[in-house]
Design a protein around this ligand. Structure first.
Ligand SMILES: [Zn+2]
Length: 177
């Protein structure tokens, strides 16, 4: 396993739709392990493969209270409902946060590392936000495209730039993914 470097926010791999995985093989499993290790190292709650320069449709999510990462191969949002405003950050845009407009409910269909299809339904929590954030990455979108308004983005103070994963869900919602 290895921590892989994150590409910069300007890298075109972040603005292109990623390619679906045809078969979950040993190479994909290795990639996923590296993604999880990179997510832990960067203290994010989620990571999409194109954030480390790999243009494949794979994301991992691990909320602060989760013991294991959720692996999403070929995730697709199949249902969205409602809207809410949230504070959001991204490992690809370090040092900044913004106020985004996101869904209240999200249903995602994906495959696991066993290749089997599963569905996950989330409502009103950090998982809901992370599912939209990561599938957005895989579709070539960054959260700055979802801002409530263009002035709703700010730079962190030096002493609170990273490490916001501790605490309750409200604080966790401002962590990076
Ligand atoms: Zn992100």
């Amino acid at each position: 396993m290895a921590v892989r470097p994150l590409v910069s926010a300007q890298d075109p791999v972040l603005s292109r739709k990623t390619i679906r995985v045809k078969r979950v093989d040993a190479g994909i499993r290795r990639l996923v392990k590296d993604m999880i290790e990179t997510m832990h190292y960067a203290q994010g709650v989620g990571l999409a493969a194109n954030q480390i320069g790999v243009p494949l449709r794979i994301a991992v999510i691990q909320l602060p209270e989760d013991e294991e990462a959720l692996v999403l191969v070929n995730p697709e949002v199949v249902h969205r409902e409602g809207s809410r405003e949230l504070t959001e950050g991204c490992l690809s845009i370090p040092g900044y946060s913004g106020c985004t407009l996101r869904s209240e409910k999200v249903h995602v269909k994906a495959q696991g590392l066993d290749g089997k299809t599963f569905r996950i339904k989330a409502e009103g929590d950090l998982m809901t936000q992370a599912l939209e954030h990561e599938t957005d990455h895989l579709d070539g979108h960054l959260y700055v495209e979802r801002l409530v308004s263009q002035d709703q983005m700010w730079k962190h103070d030096e002493d609170e730039a990273e490490g916001e994963l501790e605490g309750d869900a409200t604080e966790a919602a401002s962590s990076s993914n």
